[in-house]
Design a protein around this ligand. Structure first.
Ligand code: GLA
Length: 493
């Protein structure tokens, strides 16, 4: 895996952003840079406030058995969290009507019933900018006149949940007061408000802190949350630095970012603004990390850009095509990433809503086995990812990264090491069953598409009869009729 030692947002250039965006970001980054500088000046990045729960000075030998702490667990997020979050479309421009309208929209447009139950406030709900040692952590009474508990109560009354954001520094990435030194107090406040999810963000405050320090600050907040006895899912947001995946589950984090911030791009050359990852960057970043994820603890590929269409006033990126957004959504589902939608769900176009509510794709993400897809074949521009499912079937993604349509073949014996003589195939975007087959299956995959297929073992036909394949899981009730034992070459785009 490529190790990306990249620039931070504090040093990035804005050559590709519009002038307006650049101006907005300059202001935001100036405050973030000032906050970071303030942390450094006061010694808090490496000082005792962060060392409180860090490992002893001499870490255990590399080959010492077991974790050097008793692992923490809150028992939550047995499947990846699904919901919506403010940051990508709204940044700090958030308020009470937006949250209430978003909850109503998600109920009305079917998103809640498709599984998107979290409505999460990101940075910008706080009253004060500056250091926590100089200001308390309170909600902004202008943005949220009835407070945060009011929002949580409303979300709960609609069968949804409310998330909030803070960080272990003196201040957050957008320059608001953080939780440094007040973790127990803040966790108790969040619990008293009825909060269900916390994004705890160390990307700016601890950008250069060593791994034991970062691990320590997450452990401190994790313990504080568990002590409240309220079920609060913990997102360890450290931009994929210091191999977060290796230790985050042990400190009780339910998901952790594997990379820097996503931009609204499918395949931008290099890293946009020398910082952002696009969809393909994040997929590459996750290869080999699947072994760290499972029920209760997930690799987080960052928020979903489906439906942003390059129009967010805050986020960089030119947007992606409908096919590319589908590929992004399909791959996040295959890889068991949390599915946190970033677009304005009050005004989703029909294609985006259809993408986000495809129940057969969501079923892969929410499968009880909790085994993320692995990349089983890398032919350069064409890659194959496979995910085992709890009912014995397999989901396969045929990803075409290239600019031309490709014929892609999948062979369960060769690619998945399955001793299947006959198998059925269901296309989870066309909602169509094919087969059964007894030879490899070949299909067309257009540029930037991920064809998502669900494969299952088909029974042997009874003597003298042709067989129907029994359709698993989400496809139940639409069993295919008998079909010839020939590999189909589909081209029905
Ligand atoms: C960091 C995170 C983002 C977002 C912002 C908020 O950049 O990576 O996801 O939370 O901070 O300031």
């Amino acid at each position: 895996m490529r190790d990306r030692a990249l620039g931070s947002r504090n040093t990035r250039v804005s050559t590709h952003a519009s002038a307006a965006r650049a101006q907005v970001w300059r202001a935001a980054l100036t405050s973030a840079a000032l906050a970071l500088a303030a942390c450094l000046v006061t010694g808090l990045v490496t000082g005792p406030a962060f060392a409180a729960d860090a490992p002893a000075a001499a870490p255990p030998a590399a080959n010492a058995p077991g974790p050097h702490y008793a692992p923490l667990s809150n028992g939550l997020a047995q499947t990846p969290p699904m919901g919506w979050i403010t940051w990508l479309q709204f940044a700090e421009d958030i308020n009470e009507p937006l949250i209430l309208q978003t909850i109503d929209a998600m109920v009305a447009n079917g998103m809640r019933d498709a599984g998107y139950v979290y409505v999460n406030l990101d940075d910008g709900w706080q009253r004060y900018k500056g250091e926590r040692s100089k200001h308390p952590l309170e909600f902004d009474p202008v943005k949220f006149p009835h407070g945060i508990k009011y929002l949580a109560d409303y979300a709960h009354s609609k069968g949804m949940k409310l998330g909030i954001y803070s960080g272990p520094g003196e201040s957050t990435c957008a320059g608001y007061t953080g939780s440094a030194g007040h973790e127990v107090q803040d966790a108790a406040m969040f619990a008293s408000w009825g909060i269900d999810h916390l994004k705890y963000d160390s990307c700016c405050s601890h950008k250069d802190a060593p791994q034991p320090v970062v691990e320590g600050v997450f452990r401190t907040m994790s313990k504080a949350l568990i002590a409240t006895k309220r079920p609060i899912v913990l997102n360890a947001c450290h931009c994929g630095w210091v191999n977060t995946w290796e230790w985050a589950a042990g400190v009780g984090a339910n998901h952790w970012r594997i990379g820097q911030d996503i931009s609204d791009d499918f395949d931008y050359p290099g890293n946009r603004e020398k910082y952002y990852f696009d969809v393909l960057d994040l997929i590459d970043r996750g290869v080999g990390l699947e072994k760290y994820a499972g029920p209760g603890h997930w690799n987080d590929y960052d928020m979903l850009i489906v439906g942003l269409d390059g129009k967010s006033p805050w986020l960089v990126g030119a947007g992606a095509s409908n096919v590319e957004y589908r590929t992004h959504f399909s791959m996040w589902s295959m890889l068991d990433s949390p599915l946190l939608v970033g677009a304005d769900v009050r005004h989703l176009d029909a294609d985006s809503l259809e993408t986000l509510t495809n129940k057969e794709i969501i079923a892969l993400n929410q499968d009880a086995l909790g085994k993320p897809a692995t990349r089983v074949r890398d032919d350069g521009l064409v890659q194959v990812f496979a995910k085992e499912l709890s009912d014995g079937s397999w989901a396969v993604a045929l990803l075409n990264r290239g600019s031309a349509t490709a014929d892609v073949t999948i062979a369960p014996r060769k690619d998945l090491q399955l001793e299947w003589d006959r198998y059925g195939v269901r296309d989870l975007w066309k909602h169509k069953d094919m087969g059964p087959y007894d030879i490899p299956f070949t299909t067309e995959v257009i540029s930037h598409e991920a064809r998502i297929l669900r494969l299952w073992k088909a029974p042997e036909p009874a003597a003298g009869k042709s067989a129907s394949a029994a359709v698993p899981g989400a496809a139940a009730g639409q069993a295919p009729g008998a079909a010839p034992l020939v590999a189909e070459r589909t081209s029905d785009h």
